[in-house]
Design a protein around this ligand. Structure first.
Ligand SMILES: Nc1ncnc2c1ncn2[C@@H]1O[C@H](COP(=O)(O)OP(=O)(O)OP(=O)(O)O)[C@@H](O)[C@H]1O
Ligand SMILES: [Mg+2]
Length: 247
């Protein structure tokens, strides 16, 4: 069942620290269904940290997070696991399991959550590969045999394995040359439209922002200082934003 809730991600007053290092201090961010929101901010500003909070990988020291209208930490193990199936993640680092071939990488979330029978897994893997414009034969390749662009595509296929309503992508185009980067962004946009999913994407890349449109959430001074359209963001007077768009 698809959620009918308007708000997919609701972050309220989130505070996060590592020892003495206060990283986030009162982050608010609301993301609606079918939106593409780009999260930008300087290196070390806490983008990955915020993403890890949103998916429940780490718990903020204060504040609340609601996913699909429910408090993130609510419910028993089974309820949390059910919520876990509703989002897919592409991490900044360690995109694929190096010891597993492409097919087994994509199948991993399906097997882990035992959502389909083993004989259906192979079919689904082929289908997910086609979604990211790869061929069924690619299932047998090992990650070390793939190009950077292919690794990103396979990681995206894996993030899409459970047909998520929410997709979180941390620097999906980092390490790609500009041409591959543009192709990957187009792929994300096409999938977002086709599947009607909500996308939260961390990026440093102005070209990626231009191609994806949607809203831009700017993380600076330990908060989300603005979350408006790209055009509106360019008008915000803040040193980080001015520097960001200078290039
Ligand atoms: N597990 C951790 N233990 C200690 N400090 C951490 C940990 N994870 C992140 N930090 C610190 O928190 C701050 C924010 O890190 P984070 O990875 O969220 O930044 P980021 O915005 O994603 O940066 P980048 O653009 O370089 O990926 C940094 O100062 C970092 O050193
Ligand atoms: Mg990061």
């Amino acid at each position: 069942m698809r959620s009918t809730a308007e708000t997919v991600v609701d972050v309220r007053g989130v505070v996060s620290r590592f020892g003495d290092n206060l990283v986030l201090d009162g982050v608010d961010l609301t993301i609606g269904a079918d939106e593409i929101v780009a999260l930008v901010g300087g290196s070390g500003s806490g983008k990955t940290t915020l993403m890890r909070h949103i998916i429940g990988l780490s718990r903020p020291v204060a504040g609340e997070i609601f996913l699909f209208g429910e408090p993130l930490w609510a419910g028993d193990y089974l309820e949390q696991q059910a919520r876990r199936r509703r989002f897919g993640v592409l991490f900044q680092q360690g995109a694929l399991f190096s010891a597993l071939n492409v097919g087994d990488n994509i199948a991993f979330p399906l097997r882990e959550l035992k959502v389909v029978r083993e004989k259906e897994v192979r079919e689904l893997v082929a289908y997910k590969l086609s979604m990211v414009e790869l061929e069924p034969e690619h299932a047998l390749l090992m990650p070390a045999e793939l190009s950077g662009g292919m690794i990103k595509r396979v990681a995206l296929a894996r993030a899409l394995a459970l047909e998520p309503e929410l997709l979180l992508l941390d620097e999906p185009t980092s390490g790609l040359d500009p041409e591959r980067s543009v192709a990957f962004v187009h792929l994300i946009r096409r999938l977002q439209r086709q599947l009607g999913i909500t996308v939260v994407l961390v990026t440093h890349d102005v070209a990626t922002l231009n191609a994806l449109a949607g809203r831009v959430a700017v993380l600076a001074d330990r908060r989300v200082i603005s979350a408006v359209s790209l055009e509106e963001t360019r008008k915000v007077r803040h040193p980080f934003i001015e520097r960001f768009f200078q290039y």
